[in-house]
Design a protein around this ligand. Structure first.
Ligand code: PNW
Length: 448
């Protein structure tokens, strides 16, 4: 660390996106249908009836997109692979054209000096698997393992950084519990707990695929969106309350992975709805990984109640929010969101695999998109990243969500998370003010 830089010289700066949200090419070169392709056609499921059919047309424009990344000084890009491009029916026949697409894509990144960080599953489950029960079944976790082997074998020479799954909570609880995301189901508690377990298993199979076929120097982790809270004051009592809240909220996912099993308290709380665990499951699920990826956006404030137990503090009406209704500003989520898992599970290496903010109305005027709100959001969050590192929290990288405006799931194209504006009529890209800001941060390796 030099005197002008506030981050170690090895710190990884990057940007992130996901296949389904940017690629388009929904049926190109033999791609199968995903549950999001289907869900988007369900009346009322996605804002404005938006579909993923074209999105940012990244499938055909990746060269232009990587040239723009290079121009902004981006050295690391977190992308995802669309399972239905590789195995259109989810399990079985491999679509070589799909693999070849990602080979070309990653070669184009290399030509632009950009290192790939590949997520194997970012929510676009093949519809054919959903038709056979989807994440309700152990068979889907096993099919994921086979798909992961195919991808890792094919790309091992070009990719060293692997992420098994993106945000278990979102593609399980929000998708099968609340029905907000594809496939839009509402299952009972026992089924949902089994779905969590099947997702954990898939992670385990993904780790095994990378260990077996990843080759020399391959590294693997999961991207989790732990439920994260912020102690309302940084006093020992409120910090202890935040720690208790954190461990309780994450006991069935990250806690189970890191602790090598479910706690007795969790299984007792589940009662008859407890997941069925086969012998050896946790050998797979809890096999050592190289890093923990965390998507950090927001979180409630928590304090110690009368008896010291955690209680959430409600937000005043005037408290600032992004246009995503779930996203109130809480920059300390970067500090506490990395420190709490370090404290709870002794995590040794953390990458923030997403952080950013979504707004609706960000027009391009005279060739410029003045997103001062996003620039200040980033600056505030990066200061907390600086503080975490100063306090010895082992954060080794930060990926901004997102490089370009894209299909924001059930919110469609209305909500923009990009630092690069996309005109979805013309596909013209315009770097926003925040892109120029982040380019400077990356170049100077400090918060500017
Ligand atoms: C993440 N929440 O999702 C996803 O990984 C991205 O694909 C997505 O575009 C991005 O964040 C922005 O939404 C989340 O309700 C969705 O707290 C919802 C929540 C958090 C993350």
């Amino acid at each position: 660390m030099s005197s002008t830089q506030s981050f170690p010289s090895t710190f990884t700066w990057g940007v992130a996106a996901a296949a389904a949200q940017i690629e388009g090419g929904a049926t190109a070169d033999g791609k199968g249908e995903s549950i999001w392709d289907r869900f988007a056609r369900t009346p009322g499921a996605v804002h404005g009836g938006d579909t993923l059919d074209v999105a940012c047309d990244h499938y055909h424009r990746y060269e232009e997109d990587f040239a723009l990344m290079a121009k902004l000084g981006v050295k690391n890009y977190r992308l995802s692979i669309a399972w239905p491009r590789i195995v259109p029916d989810g399990d079985g026949q491999v679509n070589l054209a799909g693999l070849e697409f990602y080979e070309r894509l990653i070669d184009s990144m290399a030509a632009n000096g950009i290192t790939p960080w590949v997520t194997l599953f970012h929510w676009d489950l093949p519809q054919a698997l959903e038709d056979r029960g989807g994440w309700r079944t152990r068979a889907t976790a096993e099919a994921f393992g086979r798909y992961a082997e195919i991808v890792v074998k094919a790309l091992a020479g070009k990719v060293k950084n692997w992420i098994t799954l993106n945000e278990i909570r979102c593609f399980t609880q929000l998708a099968y519990g609340f029905g907000l995301k594809a496939p839009g189901a509402k299952v009972d508690d026992a089924t949902l707990n089994q779905i969590y377990h099947n997702a954990l298993l898939a992670h385990g199979y993904g780790v095994r695929a990378v260990r077996t076929y990843g080759g020399e120097g391959a590294r693997v982790g999961i991207t989790d969106n732990s439920d994260v809270c912020i102690p309302v004051t940084e006093t020992p009592a409120d910090i202890a309350a935040a720690q208790a809240w954190y461990e309780r909220k994450n006991e069935h996912l990250l806690g189970a992975i890191c602790n090598g099993g479910y706690s007795e308290a969790y299984l007792k709380r589940c009662g008859d709805a407890a997941p069925k665990v086969a012998l050896g499951d946790f050998d797979l699920i809890s096999a050592p990984t190289d890093f923990l990826g965390l998507n950090l956006y927001t979180g409630p404030f928590v304090r110690a109640g009368q008896d010291g137990a955690p209680e959430e503090v409600s937000l005043p009406a005037a408290y600032p929010k992004a246009d995503s209704p779930w996203l109130h500003w809480a920059p300390q989520v970067i500090y506490w969101g990395t420190r709490l898992p370090r404290d709870a599970y002794g995590v040794k290496s953390i990458y923030i695999t997403e952080n950013g903010c979504g707004y609706n109305d960000e027009p391009v005027v005279a060739g410029e998109c003045n997103d001062l709100h996003r620039r200040e959001f980033l600056r505030a969050h990066l200061r907390e990243l600086e503080r975490a590192i100063k306090d010895g929290v082992p954060v080794n990288g930060y990926f901004l969500w997102s490089f370009i405006d894209n299909f924001e799931w059930e919110d469609g194209y209305e909500r923009r998370f990009g630092i690069v504006h996309v005109d979805f009529e013309t596909q013209v890209r315009t770097p926003k003010l925040s892109a120029l800001y982040y380019a400077k941060v990356m170049a100077e390796n400090r918060v500017v």
